[in-house]
Design a protein around this ligand. Structure first.
Ligand code: DQA
Length: 138
């Protein structure tokens, strides 16, 4: 099984960025844990701060991989273009957020992506990514 994880803007700063909201662990460290936990899965990881690069990656893997786990960061709340890319591909996409966006500012309550996703997992810290992986196994 091939799963692509895609992280959007500012998620390259995990571990340093607002640790009270996003924790102290870098995604590089967490990715090692995830790969050890699911040795049977072939993971790929991509992060970009640029909307178009996120769309390019969704298009690139979206007819080949078994699943995409997408944390589009703030683009979640703004990007019709990423929503269209999710709708355009065959690979199911699970939307993930580290924080519980519904407990935060109201502008984070709406996602343009959710209606085109298989499901949404949010609010469990980095463990949200593990839960998203589990969703592809069941
Ligand atoms: C986030 C929530 C978004 O609102 C925010 O812009 C992020 C991270 C999360 O993982 O909790 O960058 O997607």
């Amino acid at each position: 099984m091939k799963i692509q994880i895609i992280n959007g803007p500012n998620l390259n700063l995990l571990g340093k960025r607002e640790p009270s909201v996003y924790g102290n662990t870098s995604f590089t460290d967490y990715f090692l844990v995830l790969k050890q936990r699911f040795p049977q899965i072939e993971f790929s990881y991509f992060q970009s701060n640029k909307e178009g690069e996120l769309i390019d990656k969704i298009q690139e893997v979206g007819f080949d991989f078994d699943g995409i786990i997408l944390n589009a960061g703030a683009y979640t709340h703004t990007s019709i273009a990423i929503a269209d890319a999710i709708a355009a591909v065959k690979t199911p996409v699970v939307e993930v957020h580290i924080s519980n966006v519904h407990k935060r500012e109201s502008f984070r309550h709406h996602s343009f992506l959710s209606t085109n996703c298989k499901g949404v997992i949010l609010g469990f810290g980095l463990d949200s990514y593990r839960l998203a992986v589990e969703s592809f196994l069941s």
